[in-house]
Design a protein around this ligand. Structure first.
Ligand SMILES: CCCCCCCCCCCCCCCCCCCCCCCC(=O)SCCNC(=O)CCNC(=O)[C@H](O)C(C)(C)COP(=O)(O)OP(=O)(O)OC[C@H]1O[C@@H](n2cnc3c(N)ncnc32)[C@H](O)[C@@H]1OP(=O)(O)O
Ligand SMILES: Cc1cc2nc3c(=O)[nH]c(=O)nc-3n(C[C@H](O)[C@H](O)[C@H](O)COP(=O)(O)OP(=O)(O)OC[C@H]3O[C@@H](n4cnc5c(N)ncnc54)[C@H](O)[C@@H]3O)c2cc1C
Length: 620
C-alpha cells in the first residue's frame, strides 16, 4: 500500500465528528473559518514559500524575510484584514520576523506603559509602520536580573532631556529582535537618574536610525549579533547589539504611565504597582503559552503520520510488517504528546481570558489579581515551552533516521522553538517566581486571607495534607475528581513541605537559594495542576458533535495519567497515593493507549489531520 492509502484507511474509520473537533481546536466556528481562509491564502501565495529556507545563506534568508514581511503587510492592507486575521497570517507565514517585536512588544509596551499623550503621539505612526520598533531590555551583562541593567537615563533639567548612555561594555543592549538591521526606534529599559538619585529601571522610546537614509543617528552604535542555532530557523531575525554615547531624547520619551519626571526633574510614582513596568512581558508570556500548542501539534502531526506509514518487523507469512504506531513504546511516547497539545490549547485559551480580565481590572485600578496573573503567565510559559521543546525532540526520534532530515520539518521546528525556553524569561527563573508566590500563599494561610483563583485549593490544605486516594481498581483513575484531588494533594504537599523547610533557615533568602530545586519542582506541580484543572473545566462545557467529547475525555485521561506516571515519585512521596495505586494508574494508561488505537483507530489521525494545514513543512 502507498503512504496515502495508509492515511486514507485510517481516516475512513473515524468515529467522531471531525468538523466539530476542528471548531473545538480553533476555539470557535468563527476562529476556525478565519484560520482556514488565511491558511489557504498563505499556502497559495508563492512569495510565502518556505521549502527552501534551510538552504539559503543568512543574507538571502534575511532578504527573503524582508520580502515576506513587506508582502504580508501589502496583503493585510489590500484585503483589509482584521487584527485576528493579520495575526493568523503571521502564524502561517511561520518565520521569525522583526514585525513580531514591533507588534508583539513595542506597541503593547507603549499601550501599557505610556500615558494618553504618548499613545496619541506614537501609536498612529507605529500602526502604519511609518516607524518600526523593537524591545531593547536585555544587556550583555544581564537578562534575567532586570534590576541589574546598567544603561542610564539621566535627566538634564537645563535642556528638559534625558541623556541615554551605555557606561560599560556589559551595559550594551544584546539580543533584541528587529534591532540589528531594521528598527528605526527602540523601547529601551534604562536606570532613571534624577538629581543624582537612581530610581530603578524604566522604559524610554529612542530613535535609532534616520527615517531618511536608515543610518544610525549620532551617538548610536548598532549591529547584528550574528548566526544563531540551526540552519534557517531563528536566523531570519536580526537580533542586535546597541550602545549609546550620551544620546539625548526629550523628557516625554520616558513612558510616563507608571512613573513620571516633572519639568523640574522631580520623580513621581503613580498610584500603581511599579511591577506594571514589566507588563509587556506578562502580555507576551501569555501569547507564548497560546503558541505552544501550535508548535507541539505540528511536531505530533509529523510523527503520527510517519508512525502510521512506517513499518518495521513482524511480518508473518510474507504479509506486511507492523506499523510502528502499533508498538506500545511508540504509543507511550507519542500519545501523551498529542494529549499535551490539547491540554496546552485549552489552558492557553483560559490564560487569554485571565489576561483580558486583569487588563480590565487594572483599568479600574484593581491590582488584586496581578500577583496571580504574573505567577500563571510565568509558570505556564515555563512548563508549556519546556514540554513542547522536549516533545519536538521526542517526535524527531519517533521518526527514526528520517526525523533528522531537514525535509522532515522537525530540525527547523526545534531550532526555531527551543529559544522559547530562554527568551521572555529563562524557564527556571520563571519557576522560581511561581515558587515565591506559592511560599507567600502558604505563609498567609493562617491569616484568615482566603486564597482564590488558581490557589483556591490551598485553602483546603488541611484536608489535602492528610487525604488518601480511594482508587482500588484501574478504572477508578478515569474519574476527573480522583485525578484532580491527587494533583491538588501533590501540589499542596510539595509547597507546604518547602515552606516548612524554609523555616529551618535563619535567613529566608538563604533558604530560598538552598532549596531552589525543591521550590522549582513545587512550582511545576502547581502549574501542572492548573493545566489539568482547566482541561477538566473544558470537558464540563457543552461540546457538540458526535463522539467529540468522548475523544477529548480519553485525551484528558492520557494527559493526566502520563504526568502522574512520569512524576510518580512526587505523588507517592507526598503520601496521597500508594505505589499500588500508582501501578493501577499505569495499567489504566496502557489500556487508554490501546483504546486510542484499537477501539477507535482513526481518532489519532483525525485529530492530527485537523492540524495538517498548519503543517507547511515538507512531510512524508
Ligand atoms: C510576516 C509579517 C507579518 C506582518 C504583520 C503582522 C501583523 C500582526 C502580527 C502580530 C504578531 C504578534 C506576535 C506576538 C508574539 C511575540 C513573540 C515575541 C518573541 C519573543 C521575543 C523575546 C523577547 C524577550 O526576551 S524580552 C526580555 C525578556 N526578559 C525577561 O523576561 C527577564 C526575566 N526577568 C524578569 O522577568 C524579572 O526581572 C524577574 C521576574 C526575574 C524579577 O526578579 P526580581 O526578584 O529582581 O524582581 P523585582 O524586580 O525586585 O520585583 C519583585 C516583585 O515583583 C513581582 N514581579 C516580577 N515580575 C512581575 C511581573 N511581570 N508582573 C507582576 N509582578 C511581577 C515579583 O513577584 C515580586 O513580587 P513580591 O510580591 O515582592 O514577591
Ligand atoms: C532568540 C532570542 C530572542 C531574544 N529577544 C529579545 C528581545 O527582543 N529583547 C530583549 O530585551 N531580550 C531578548 N532576548 C534575551 C532574553 O530575554 C534573555 O536571554 C533571557 O531573559 C535570559 O536571560 P540571560 O540570557 O541573561 O540568561 P541568564 O540569566 O544568564 O541564564 C543563564 C543560566 O543561569 C540560570 N539562572 C539565572 N538566574 C538564576 C537564578 N536567580 N536562580 C537560578 N538560576 C538562575 C538560568 O536558569 C540559566 O540556566 C532574546 C533571547 C533569545 C535567545
Amino acid at each position: 500500500m502507498e503512504a496515502l492509502d495508509y492515511h486514507a484507511e485510517e481516516r475512513r474509520k473515524a468515529e467522531f465528528d471531525v468538523e466539530e473537533m476542528k471548531i473545538v481546536w480553533a476555539g470557535s466556528r468563527q476562529a476556525y473559518e478565519i484560520s482556514d481562509r488565511v491558511a489557504r491564502l498563505v499556502a497559495s501565495d508563492p512569495v510565502f514559500r518556505k521549502d527552501n529556507r534551510t538552504m539559503l545563506s543568512r543574507k538571502d534568508l534575511f532578504k527573503d524575510t524582508l520580502r515576506k514581511a513587506a508582502h504580508a503587510w501589502k496583503r493585510i492592507i489590500e484585503l483589509r484584514l482584521s487584527e485576528e486575521e493579520a495575526s493568523k497570517l503571521r502564524f502561517f507565514v511561520d518565520q521569525p520576523v522583526f514585525t513580531d517585536l514591533h507588534w508583539g512588544m513595542f506597541i503593547p509596551a507603549i499601550k501599557g506603559q505610556g500615558n494618553e499623550e504618548q499613545q496619541q503621539k506614537w501609536l498612529p505612526m507605529a500602526y502604519k509602520m511609518q516607524i518600526i520598533g523593537c524591545y531593547a531590555q536585555t544587556e550583555l551583562g544581564h537578562g534575567s536580573n532586570v534590576q541589574g541593567l546598567e544603561t542610564t537615563a539621566t535627566f538634564d533639567p537645563e535642556t528638559d532631556e534625558f541623556v541615554i548612555h551605555s557606561p560599560t561594555l556589559t551595559s550594551s543592549k544584546w539580543w533584541p529582535g528587529g534591532l540589528g538591521k531594521v528598527s528605526t526606534h527602540a523601547l529601551i529599559y534604562a536606570r532613571l537618574i534624577t538629581d543624582g538619585q537612581d530610581h530603578g529601571v524604566h522604559g524610554f522610546i529612542v530613535q535609532l536610525r534616520s527615517l531618511d537614509d536608515h543610518l544610525p543617528l549620532p551617538g548610536i552604535t548598532v549591529g547584528d549579533i550574528g548566526m544563531k542555532f540551526g540552519s534557517g530557523a531563528y536566523n531570519s531575525m536580526d537580533n542586535g547589539v546597541l550602545r549609546f554615547d550620551h544620546v539625548r531624547i526629550l523628557r516625554d520619551q520616558m513612558l510616563m504611565g507608571v512613573s513620571q519626571v516633572t519639568r523640574e526633574g522631580k520623580f513621581m510614582q503613580s498610584d500603581v504597582p511599579r511591577q506594571l513596568v514589566y507588563g509587556t512581558m506578562v502580555y507576551v508570556r501569555q501569547k507564548i503559552v497560546a503558541d505552544a500548542s501550535c508548535a507541539l501539534s505540528r511536531a505530533v502531526c509529523i510523527a503520527t503520520r510517519y508512525s502510521v506509514v512506517r513499518r518495521q518487523f513482524g511480518s508473518h507469512n510474507g504479509g506486511p510488517e507492523t506499523q510502528v504506531i502499533d508498538y506500545k513504546t511508540q504509543q507511550s511516547r507519542l500519545f501523551p504528546l498529542l494529549a499535551s497539545a490539547y491540554a496546552f490549547r485549552f489552558v492557553g485559551e483560559w490564560l487569554k481570558w485571565l489576561y483580558t480580565d486583569v487588563t480590565q481590572r487594572l483599568q479600574a485600578s484593581d491590582f488584586s489579581t496581578l500577583p496571580e496573573v504574573h505567577a500563571c503567565t510565568a509558570g505556564l510559559k515555563s512548563v508549556t515551552t519546556s514540554a513542547t521543546a522536549d516533545a519536538i525532540e521526542e517526535c524527531r526520534k519517533l521518526c527514526g533516521g528520517h526525523g533528522y532530515l531537514s525535509s522532515s520539518g522537525l530540525p527547523e521546528l526545534f531550532a526555531v522553538y527551543v529559544p522559547a525556553c530562554t527568551y521572555e524569561g529563562d524557564n527556571v527563573v520563571l519557576l522560581l517566581q511561581v515558587a515565591r508566590f506559592l511560599m507567600k500563599t502558604v505563609s498567609q494561610l493562617g491569616s484568615g486571607k482566603k486564597p482564590v483563583g488558581t490557589i483556591a485549593y490551598m485553602g483546603r490544605s488541611e484536608h489535602l495534607l492528610q487525604c488518601r486516594c480511594e482508587v482500588e481498581r484501574a478504572e477508578d483513575w478515569l474519574k476527573p475528581n480522583v485525578i484532580l484531588e491527587a494533583f491538588e494533594a501533590r501540589a499542596a504537599r510539595m509547597s507546604v513541605t518547602c515552606a516548612k523547610n524554609l523555616n529551618n533557615f535563619a535567613n529566608q533568602e538563604e533558604g530560598f537559594a538552598q532549596l531552589a530545586t525543591d521550590l522549582a519542582e513545587a512550582a511545576v506541580a502547581h502549574v501542572q495542576l492548573i493545566i489539568v484543572s482547566k482541561f477538566i473545566e473544558k470537558l464540563q462545557q457543552d461540546i457538540p458533535g458526535k463522539g467529540v467529547k468522548r475523544q477529548l475525555e480519553i485525551l484528558f485521561n492520557v494527559y493526566a495519567l502520563s504526568l502522574l506516571h512520569k512524576h510518580l515519585g512526587d505523588f507517592v512521596a507526598s503520601g496521597c497515593i500508594t505505589p499500588k495505586q500508582g501501578a493501577l494508574a499505569n495499567e489504566q494508561l496502557r489500556l487508554l493507549y490501546s483504546q486510542v488505537h484499537f477501539d477507535n483507530p482513526s481518532l489519532l489521525l483525525y485529530m492530527v489531520l485537523l492540524l495538517e494545514r498548519l503543517l507547511q513543512s515538507t512531510s512524508f
